[in-house]
Design a protein around this ligand. Structure first.
Ligand code: FAD
Length: 258
């Protein structure tokens, strides 16, 4: 590692610092590429903020901000909004002191061994795994609500365009199979593993964080079984139990990196 030293962290835990950094980067950097937000971009931003306001397991000040952004977007009567107006709402913490969206990024579990590794894309995956699990735990009746918001966000705003195209083709291929919120959790996990499989050994891979079929047997031995012919097989019930606990709000670490 060539720049600043590692912030101490546990590579098998989820950190709130990564989730908040992802919110900051997506709302203040990626969305800002649209000076005027309208049409599909506005629809997509509304869905994203609505899912965040419902399921982001954040601190009260962050939840207050997400909820006020959600109701502001909901009440917009015009067919377009300027990014400046949206940004003013995100930064309007002086008039609304009980709201806050921290500025800047502080990657902890998503730190890379070099500045160009990990960070935001790692945060995006982590955020959406957390949101699918939160939706399931809150008994969301619409299994697709989080994945559909993710699909639209990635399609419109995600800066890595080849990633967005790959993700969209996976969504087109099989998202209609998802009906229940537990199937949504497993769909995202299995598509993430497909991406890991495709990227293993690629130049974008951080050598300190090799792409594996996740979770490893060390993290969850009962998730892995062997077929009679010796091939590997996932135990999906156990995988769901593991994901539910790993990404649950009670497992998220609020410290880290100090
Ligand atoms: P990530 O893959 O970002 O994973 C973050 C963390 O999630 C891991 O550290 C691990 O703790 C956990 N995790 C790993 N696998 C799973 C799983 N299956 N289920 C649940 N949790 C898991 N990069 C490209 O070069 N080409 C692409 O086409 C591409 N497509 C992408 C599409 C999307 C939607 C996103 C969000 C990112 C995409 N990326 C792509 C980036 C790439 O997937 C990684 O995010 C990036 O390389 C950083 O990798 P990472 O080591 O931080 O692990």
């Amino acid at each position: 590692r060539t720049d600043e030293p590692w912030r101490p962290f546990n590579a098998s835990r989820v950190y709130m610092a990564d989730l908040e950094s992802t919110l900051h980067y997506s709302l203040r950097v990626e969305v800002s590429a649209f000076p005027v937000i309208k049409g599909d971009a506005l629809k997509s931003l509304k869905k994203y903020i609505s899912v965040l306001a419902k399921y982001f397991p954040g601190r009260p000040v962050v939840m207050n901000l997400l909820k006020s952004a959600d109701s502001w977007l909901h009440n917009v009567s015009r067919s377009e909004v300027s990014y400046d107006a949206f940004r003013a709402l995100l930064d309007n913490t002086e008039q609304a002191p009980d709201t806050a969206l921290p500025e800047g990024v502080r990657w902890v579990g998503c730190q890379g061994s070099q500045p160009h590794f990990r960070g935001f894309p790692c945060g995006v995956w982590t955020l959406f795994h957390v949101l699918t699990v939160q939706a399931m735990n809150s008994g969301a009746s619409d299994g697709l609500v989080v994945l559909s918001a993710m699909r639209d966000y990635v399609h419109v705003f995600f800066g890595c365009r080849p990633c967005a195209e790959h993700f969209e083709s996976m969504a087109q291929e099989s998202l209609t199979e998802v009906s229940h919120s537990s199937t949504a959790v497993l769909w995202l996990w299995s598509r993430h593993n497909r991406v890991n499989n495709r990227l293993a050994g690629a130049l974008s891979e951080d050598p300190y964080f090799p792409k594996i079929q996740w979770p490893s047997p060390e993290m969850c031995s009962v998730c892995h079984t062997v077929k009679v012919n010796g091939d590997h097989k996932w135990d999906l019930d156990q995988v769901l139990v593991f994901l539910t606990s790993y990404f649950s709000n009670t497992s998220i670490l609020t410290g880290g990196g100090e």
